[in-house]
Design a protein around this ligand. Structure first.
Ligand code: G
Ligand code: G
Ligand code: NA
Ligand code: MN
Length: 250
């Protein structure tokens, strides 16, 4: 498999890079945390999106060393930010189900010196769907380290209120498809309102993804969303650029 070979070379040759996208506190307008997003700088193809290679990495098991690189790199970078905001790292379900995940998290925190409460792991909704006991044990182990857990892409899978109650995620990220469709029409606002109400009643921080327009922002603020992420604020940008954004105090 050409992509598999390429990924092995990429690991060996240090071709991976993390971009960062800010999550903005909708109350203050300041950067509340940043999400690390993986890119592959291919020597001839240029930047390759994770959409093109994550599934291959998952099928071949290469997601474990790649994910470990991401975790270490994100923690190391965040440790040197000019403001002490958190960093969010995406986890593949394969990583989530790997028994040595919490050991890898502990190691990344120790090597970097990043305090545990500045690391957030994002897992997609589908992870919780197998609903086995292992899921709850893993969540428990990770949270007892002091890190935060975020349920990503909420609304695209099948999780219900009972899932949210069973799995005590700290943060709920409403999928960008809901924000996309958002306009002043009552029914598009109704979904957001219901999810915000549900998440808040469970004590979760509510993040909305894919905020692209001022109109969407105004609605999301009015509905009480805590944090927003999207092109309206910033695209994913390089480590150096995100440091500048934070240092400028936005
Ligand atoms: O950044 P972009 O929109 O291209 O990301 C596309 C997809 O790849 C998103 O679903 C995102 O969650 C996922 N992704 C980005 N970085 C990582 C990563 O470090 N690990 C995993 N497992 N997925 C990632
Ligand atoms: O699956 P996940 O939510 O982690 O995906 C994050 C991806 O969403 C990133 O790859 C990022 O590039 C993309 N993204 C971030 N903000 C926006 C936005 O405002 N609009 C769109 N269309 N995509 C976005
Ligand atoms: Na994510
Ligand atoms: Mn997401």
């Amino acid at each position: 498999h050409a992509i598999e070979m390429g990924l092995r070379t990429a690991l060996a040759n240090d071709e991976f890079e993390l971009l960062y996208q800010p999550l903005i506190d909708l109350g203050t307008g300041r950067v509340a945390r940043c999400e690390a997003l993986l890119r592959w700088r291919h020597p001839t193809r240029g930047y390759v999106s994770p959409l093109e290679f994550i599934h291959v990495a998952e099928e071949t098991g290469l997601i474990l060393p790649i994910g470990d690189w991401v975790l270490n790199e994100a923690c190391r970078e965040a440790r040197n930010w000019p403001v002490e905001v958190g960093v969010a790292v995406n986890l593949s379900p394969v990583q989530f189900n790997n028994p040595s995940l919490s050991l890898q998290v502990v190691n990344a925190l120790q090597r970097s010196g990043l305090p545990a409460n500045r690391l957030e792991l994002e897992v997609t909704e589908s992870v919780t769907l197998d609903g086995n006991e292992h899921t709850l044990t893993t969540i428990d182990q990770l949270q007892s380290l002091g890190i935060h857990l975020s349920l990503d892409d909420f609304g695209t899978g099948y999780s219900s209120l009972s899932y949210l109650k069973k799995y005590p995620f700290d943060t709920l990220k409403i999928d960008r498809s809901f924000v996309n469709e958002l306009n002043a029409a009552a029914d598009s606002v109704a979904i957001i309102r219901a999810v915000v109400g549900m998440g808040k009643s469970l004590g979760m921080t509510i993040v909305v993804e894919g905020v692209e327009t001022e109109e969407q922002l105004a609605i999301l603020k009015a509905e009480g969303c805590d944090l927003g992420q999207g092109y309206l604020f910033s695209r994913p940008i390089s480590a150096g650029a995100i440091r500048t954004v934070m240092a400028d105090g936005s």
